[in-house]
Write a protein that binds this ligand. Structure first.
Ligand code: FDA
Length: 284
């Protein structure tokens, strides 16, 4: 019974994740390339507490980067800081991250750093600001719901860093974060204007139609080098439409065994996704 239930949950999760192995993710990226969409491959897992697990995640990313190069897939990778050991020891994390970014550089590839919960924001931003003194092939997610993000974005732009602007997916307190959807969107628009004025190689990571329109309007004024980024399984037709219009579009493709935490986040963001679960139960 337990395995039947977990099989049904996995069927639902497969809406947002490529599968359990990196082969699944790379196959999805190759298919998306056929629609002029680049991949951003992400191994699921965060809050890692054992050094061996962080080292294994680091090695897996190195392997993925090599296969991307050999198969000539249009895809970069996205790591989570605590997956590479930020919650264990910051020096150990920076070593792992340095290996991944330098390997990506040698293979002419790019690494995005996801932004996690606010416990890690300051350390993540500091590590990133250090890293971009040495490497230009790494970017950092900035969350529009955090009140500190305007200051962070300006520091990153001062050093010519690359920002992926997203709304933010963690449950933060009202002392440090905007909580109302309207306030988050307003801050997103404000940060987006700054990034279009000052940034290059940045990413507008949202499925929100109003913000996508705003980005298109800003891009007509600033002619900036940027891309749209969306998650696998969300607004797939819109992604293709933007790519056909000539915009650069990338799709974030998670894979791995730790798929349930990620799927729960997607369901809670958009509760109508519970119908996907119901549908797999019925057709199950
Ligand atoms: P919003 O949630 O307001 O959604 C706008 C519209 O998009 C909805 O009305 C619906 O049509 C569609 N939609 C959105 N989510 C959906 C869902 N789950 N199912 C179905 N439809 C949905 N967060 C973070 O904290 N750190 C990070 O590093 C990243 N990285 C990241 C990378 C990329 C490429 C993306 C696209 C997003 C992230 N995020 C993230 C997640 C982000 O912060 C946010 O939680 C989600 O993108 C949802 O916010 P939207 O901007 O899409 O708006």
């Amino acid at each position: 019974m337990a395995s039947l239930w977990s099989g049904l949950l996995f069927q639902t999760a497969k809406h947002w994740i490529a599968g359990e192995s990196y082969e699944d993710a790379l196959n999805r990226a190759a298919r998306s390339n056929g629609h002029k969409i680049q991949g951003i491959v992400n191994l699921l897992g965060e809050e890692i507490t054992a050094r061996d697990d962080a080292s294994a995640a680091t090695q897996e990313y190195l392997e993925i980067l090599k296969i991307i190069a050999i198969r000539k897939i249009q895809s970069c990778i996205s790591i989570k800081p605590t997956q590479l050991g930020l919650g264990i020891d910051s020096t150990f994390f920076e070593e792992n991250l340095g290996i991944v970014v330098s390997t990506a550089k040698s293979l002419n590839n790019f690494v995005w750093m996801d932004m996690e919960g606010s416990t890690y924001t300051a350390e993540t931003v500091d590590s990133y600001l250090e890293l971009i003194r040495k490497f230009d092939n790494v970017g950092l997610a900035v969350q529009a719901y955090l009140k500190r993000s305007e200051e962070d974005a300006n520091k990153i732009l001062d050093l010519k860093g690359k920002i992926r602007l997203c709304k933010g997916a963690y449950n933060e307190s009202p002392e440090i974060a905007f909580k109302k959807r309207a306030d988050i969107s307003r801050n997103y628009s404000k940060l987006m204007r700054v990034i279009f004025e000052r940034g290059r190689g940045f990413a507008i990571a949202t499925h929100d139609e109003r913000l996508i329109h705003e980005a298109i309007t800003l891009s007509n004024v600033h002619h900036a080098d940027f891309e749209f980024e969306m998650l696998m399984g969300i607004r797939d037709k819109r992604k293709m439409g933007l790519a056909q219009m000539g915009y650069r579009v990338s799709e974030y493709i998670p894979f791995g065994k730790r798929w349930w935490a990620y799927s729960k986040r997607r369901i809670s963001e958009h509760p109508s996704n519970i119908f996907l679960l119901a549908r797999s139960l019925i057709s199950g």
